[in-house]
Write a protein that binds this ligand. Structure first.
Ligand SMILES: [Zn+2]
Ligand SMILES: [Zn+2]
Length: 446
């Protein structure tokens, strides 16, 4: 008997490591010899084969187990599901497969009462985060729970996914969550530092990118935590000087994304990416002014490899925005068809945002003809490159897709990802380019 048991234990160990390493043949062979092993779990953490496959991104084995009717929501010792482990380790294919197999996205672990959305946000796996959010949008969760409630779901300490992402310096996740309706001013009322907002937590972790995102979505610099501290004080206390400079209530206010406007919430991906980029650039210019002369003024960029600069410099005079005479027209107002640059569009929207508190109706009108703005789209632009290459053809004009903006908000993400101090101010547009020149130290002359 004892011999039989130890033999079986060895078989079990072999199975666990084969699942971990993704050795499909061995897994199949062992399960063929003893099919009951499929429901075994590890001794201490009680991880099932499905947990092990999910955490290690072994998609083939995960699929095999699901095909053999292993339940997708099997729990380990900490009531974690395989989906939570896949989200924690950023195993996107396993997250996808588990969701397709109807894994429940609304399960809570027993460690901190966290969901798979918390895990994806905490560990910064923005692709998994987006997948879970889109599953929530299409599933019974949004019908029964409400999508916005799911996005703002709290763990046992009161932390929403946004709090965790800000605390862990995961700016891409912060962006995605805000874009999906995360409440920017929600406070934890429990998480480590009671009553902290995401801005407090970003100040604590010293993440400029997260602070930039949160401020652009209207985070309040004056909100106090349970100890009465504003985010500025928190940043100072943790010696994050540059963060503190931006959070200082006496610093210039950043532009805030005009989300209450109907035509802004209905923007297509390309138009949204352009406007978001313009917003981040405008705010970076503000940051430069704020940080100038402080210890934290940024080093001048050593290179400028944004292809976008080239495109703009080649644009013909006729494409210039008739409001600022500085930038290229990238946005088109519909239905009148008037054009202006993204910066001017943004300025128009940010200064005419309806105030939800007073329900005033000062919705912006087209600055040229005063007609209602029904929709904003990306204006199609002809560059000299196009003229050269299309000289004998009547092809349709190139749209701003040629500006690497075709992937929707991903370009915004990549911009914010490189938005560290060393690389700041490298965006598109003449203003940015000129400032770069001005900021270059004289020693570059050599
Ligand atoms: Zn303009
Ligand atoms: Zn018009």
């Amino acid at each position: 008997m004892g011999q039989g048991l130890s033999c079986r234990t060895r078989e079990e160990q072999g199975l666990f490591s084969a699942v971990q390493l993704g050795d499909l043949e061995i897994v199949e062979a062992i399960l063929k010899r003893d099919s009951s092993l499929i429901n075994h779990s590890t001794v201490y953490d009680r991880n099932s084969l499905l947990h092990i496959a999910a955490a290690n991104g072994q998609i083939e084995i995960l699929s095999l187990l699901l095909d053999r009717s292993v339940k997708p929501d099997v729990l380990n010792r900490h009531k974690q599901t395989p989906l939570m482990l896949a989200a924690m380790h950023g195993k996107i294919s396993c997250v996808k497969k588990l969701i397709e197999a109807d894994a429940n996205i609304l399960m809570f672990d027993s460690l901190n009462g966290r969901t798979c959305l918390h895990y994806a946000a905490y560990y910064g796996h923005s692709d998994c985060l987006e997948l879970i959010l889109s599953a929530a949008r299409d599933s019974h969760v949004s019908a029964s729970w409400g999508y916005s409630r799911f996005v703002n779901i709290r763990d046992s300490k009161g932390a929403t996914p946004l709090h965790l992402a800000a605390r862990q310096r995961q700016s891409q996740c912060v962006h995605i969550l805000l874009d999906n309706g995360a409440l920017v001013c929600a406070s934890t009322g429990g998480y480590g530092f009671p009553g902290s907002t995401a801005l407090h937590l970003a100040a604590r972790s010293g993440s400029l990118d997260c602070i930039r995102e949160l401020l652009a979505w209207g985070a309040d610099r004056l909100q106090r935590d349970a100890s009465g501290r504003i985010p500025y004080t928190v940043a100072l206390r943790h010696r994050h000087g540059a963060c503190a400079a931006l959070l200082n209530p006496s610093s210039a206010e950043p532009l805030v994304w005009p989300s209450p406007l109907k035509f802004i919430s209905e923007l297509n991906d390309d138009a949204k990416a352009l406007l978001e980029q313009a917003l981040m650039e405008a705010n970076r210019e503000r940051e430069k002014a704020i940080l100038k002369g402080t210890l934290y003024s940024m080093p001048s960029p050593s290179t400028s490899d944004f292809g976008i600069d080239d495109d703009i410099s080649e644009a013909s005079e006729t494409d210039l925005c008739c409001i600022c005479f500085d930038q290229v027209c990238t946005m088109e107002v519909q239905e009148c068809g008037h054009r202006m640059c993204a910066q001017c569009t943004l300025a128009l929207c940010c200064h005419n945002k309806p105030n939800p508190a007073t329900s005033s109706s000062c919705v912006p009108l087209c600055p040229f003809c005063r007609s209602d703005i029904i929709k904003l789209v990306v204006a199609k632009v002809k560059t000299e490159n196009d003229i050269d290459s299309d000289i004998n053809s009547s092809k349709p004009r190139k749209s701003y897709k040629s500006w690497n903006l075709s992937e929707g908000s991903s370009s915004f993400k990549s911009l914010s990802a490189v938005g560290s101090f060393g690389k700041m101010g490298r965006g598109s547009g003449r203003i940015a380019a000129e400032n770069e020149l001005l900021d270059k130290p004289l020693s570059l002359d050599t």
